[in-house]
Structure formats: structure tokens, C-alpha cells
Design a protein around this ligand. Structure first.
Ligand code: CMP
Length: 150
């Protein structure tokens, strides 16, 4: 269960957001606004954070630890990527309004921040550069997945 952030944590989140490369184009006010909309969640090694095929309503930003991304097949699964601090996932279902395209599992215990559908859309709407970066990353990931399938 995700918790809304207590006030004392907002500063830490604020600092964390400032270090994330794809958010570099955000102004301090926008960073502050985004910090308010985030919720913190811990994840365990082996925990399924996102399950392929399920509907999705959250965007995830990794603060600590790593996750593995897998494409599930009829028989077995293919490892697509390992993501770590400062990287994000869960953008595709929110952008395309489509079920989750892959399964995401904790690789080591970690901490992440989640952004719900509406604040995520607001961030994209208000920040074309962030939108472009997230869209480009999603397209690159899709292209890589397609190449793996071929
Ligand atoms: P979504 O489809 O919402 O849920 C699964 C997520 O896995 C997906 O969004 C992406 O964020 C992530 N994902 C899918 N393919 C890759 C990839 N090749 N590299 C990194 N992340 C990926």
C-alpha cells in the first residue's frame, strides 16, 4: 500500500527529483508540485511490482535498488532490462491506455516513488520536454522489445 508523503520527506524527494536526468528540464516549482503528488513504496527482492497484461494506473520512479523487466511468453520469459536508481517504468500503460506490456520484479530490496495517472498526465501536459523524453524512452524500449521478438 502506497503512503502519501509526510512533510519531512518532501525535502528528500525534492532533492531526489533534482538528481534525475530526465527531469532536468523541470523548474523548481514544478519539481515541488511533482513531489506533492508522489507516494513512496518499498519493494522486496522477487516481488512482482507490475504484472504483464494487467491494467495499470501508476508510473514508477526508482529511488533505491533495482528491478528486472521480463516479457512473459506462453512458455517461459525473456529478460528485457534491469533498471536502477533514477530510472522509471510503467509509462507505457499510462501513455497508451493499454494493459501492462511486461512484468517488473524486484531484483534487490528497494524504494520507489509512484505517480498516479492524473498527476502523471498533468506533468506531461505542463512539460513538453519531459513528455518528449518519456515518450522517446517508451519508443526505444518498444523497438528493442520488437527486435528481441524477431
Ligand atoms: P508498462 O507497459 O506500463 O508496464 C511494464 C513496463 O516495463 C513498461 O511500461 C515499461 O516501463 C517497462 N519496459 C518494457 N520494456 C522495457 C525495456 N525493454 N526496457 C526497460 N523497461 C521496459
Amino acid at each position: 500500500m502506497a503512503l502519501k508523503l509526510p512533510l519531512e520527506e518532501l525535502q528528500r524527494v525534492h532533492q531526489m527529483l533534482n538528481t534525475i536526468p530526465f527531469l532536468k528540464s523541470l523548474g523548481q516549482e514544478e519539481i515541488k508540485e511533482m513531489a506533492w503528488a508522489l507516494a513512496r513504496r518499498y519493494f522486496a527482492k522477487g516481488e512482482t511490482i507490475i504484472k504483464q497484461g494487467e491494467p495499470g494506473s501508476l508510473f514508477y520512479l526508482i529511488y533505491k535498488g533495482k528491478v528486472n523487466v521480463y516479457k512473459e511468453k506462453l512458455f517461459g520469459k525473456t529478460h528485457l532490462a534491469t533498471l536502477g536508481p533514477g530510472e522509471f517504468f510503467g509509462e507505457m500503460a499510462l501513455i497508451d491506455d493499454f494493459p501492462r506490456t511486461a512484468t517488473v520484479v524486484g531484483d534487490e530490496p528497494g524504494e520507489m516513488y509512484t505517480l498516479a495517472h492524473d498527476p502523471f498526465q498533468s506533468v506531461l501536459l505542463a512539460n513538453p520536454q519531459v513528455k518528449e523524453l518519456i515518450m522517446n524512452t517508451a519508443e526505444e524500449r518498444k523497438a528493442r522489445n520488437k527486435a528481441l521478438e524477431a
